[in-house]
Ligand binder design. Structure first.
Ligand SMILES: Cc1cc2nc3c(=O)[nH]c(=O)nc-3n(C[C@H](O)[C@H](O)[C@H](O)COP(=O)(O)O)c2cc1C
Length: 347
């Protein structure tokens, strides 16, 4: 299967990246409709459930390997993800109202660096539609497959009104989201990263808190940060939001940068290779600053790197670029590696 993926990649990478993404979503849905066997064959064998399972954020996870936010923004392929070897998925970023995102082209690849560049800009169907899809998917998902919902604000909402937008985005997910994520770290919504300060975050955390405190089960609330936030600033922010009631962290989002396309310099965010060392460094810094659970994401392009993240204190890991470059067998490969680490540590 890896060889087959290498051959297909050569062809697929010559086509427009967003069209290939849509085609992949369509193929995964077909595989699922065909009973899931094609997906299970593509993903390869998984370790036994007992060797892969983990307890994090107060609940069992089927495995520590998750699909990062941005791949299945609108919850279109959730039911297929357990068959593809994932233990959890983060859908979104979900905004209160549907929005088209930035003009195309807005997704590019740099295979030499195993990198992806995107300037999507929170394109999506909006919170109500995504929640309805998640509700339908829930009945067909295994009970220990976890779904996180990554929350954002609409582009046209003023930064001063951001807190209300995050609360509105969360509202339809009662009883559906296993965890929620405040995303203030995408480089593709103007001004969003300026919300990465305690002053801006506390009202956001409070507004979401007000919505979810009335729910029968209050899901944990995590914060996703940018790789550029480091050192003292990162430590201080972690300490302040922890006091405000944040339950964990997702580290990291994409690295802000630019990409030259047809003679134009486009601003956006880098995933994959350019993120590996930065994301690992942020994990180590954050692990010093907090005991709360951390989901490590960014440039995990080998099972060894996934193992390193867990050894460095990550409870869960997520992949996006690694799935594209290493192919459908990658989640299972990581699961075998992590199961080995768990066995060796006697955990
Ligand atoms: C095309 C694309 C879209 C993304 N969209 C989102 C998003 O909507 N919300 C978010 O929090 N992260 C988003 N991300 C960031 C990923 O969740 C992840 O943090 C990042 O890609 C680093 O992981 P990787 O190196 O394994 O790709 C997106 C990434 C890509 C490549």
């Amino acid at each position: 299967m890896p060889r087959l993926w290498d051959l297909s990649k050569g062809l697929l990478f010559r086509l427009d990246a967003e069209k290939v993404h849509r085609a992949m979503i369509g193929m995964v849905r077909l595989g699922r409709q065909a009973g899931g066997l094609p997906l299970r064959l593509a993903a390869g064998p998984l370790p036994e459930a007992s060797a892969a399972r983990a307890n994090v954020l107060g609940m069992p996870f089927r495995s520590r390997v998750g699909l990062a936010a941005g791949f299945d923004k609108d919850a279109e392929i959730l039911e297929a993800l357990p068959e593809l070897g994932f233990g959890f998925a983060e859908i979104g970023t979900v905004t209160p109202l549907p929005q088209p995102g930035n003009p195309r082209p807005r997704l590019f690849r740099d295979p030499e660096r195993q990198a992806i560049f995107n300037r999507m800009g929170f394109n999506g169907a909006g919170a109500a539609a995504v929640a309805a899809r998640l509700e339908r998917a829930r009945t067909r998902l295994p009970g220990d497959f976890r779904v996180g919902v990554n929350l954002g604000k609409n582009k046209d909402t003023a930064l001063d009104d951001a807190a209300a937008d995050y609360a509105r985005a969360a509202a339809p997910f009662e009883g559906l989201a296993d965890y929620l994520v405040v995303n203030v770290s995408s480089p593709n919504t103007p001004g969003l990263r300026s919300l990465q300060s305690a002053r801006a975050l506390l009202p956001i955390v409070a507004a979401i808190g007000e919505v979810i405190s009335g729910w029968t089960r209050r899901p944990p609330l995590l914060l996703k940060l940018a790789p550029e936030l480091e050192g003292v600033a990162l430590r201080e922010l972690i300490e302040e939001v922890e006091r405000a009631g944040i339950d964990g962290f997702v580290l990291t989002n994409t690295l802000g940068g630019s990409f030259r396309s047809n003679g134009r310099e486009l601003e956006g965010g880098w995933s994959g290779g350019p993120l590996t060392s930065r994301s690992r460094a942020r994990l180590l810094e954050a692990r010093e600053a907090t005991k709360l659970p951390i989901i490590s994401v960014g440039g995990i392009l080998s099972a060894e790197e996934a193992g390193e993240r867990v050894r460095s204190g990550a409870q869960l890991i997520q992949i996006y670029s690694g799935w594209i470059y290493r192919g459908p067998g990658f989640p299972a490969e990581i699961s075998w590696k992590l199961a080995g680490i768990q066995r060796d540590s006697g955990a």
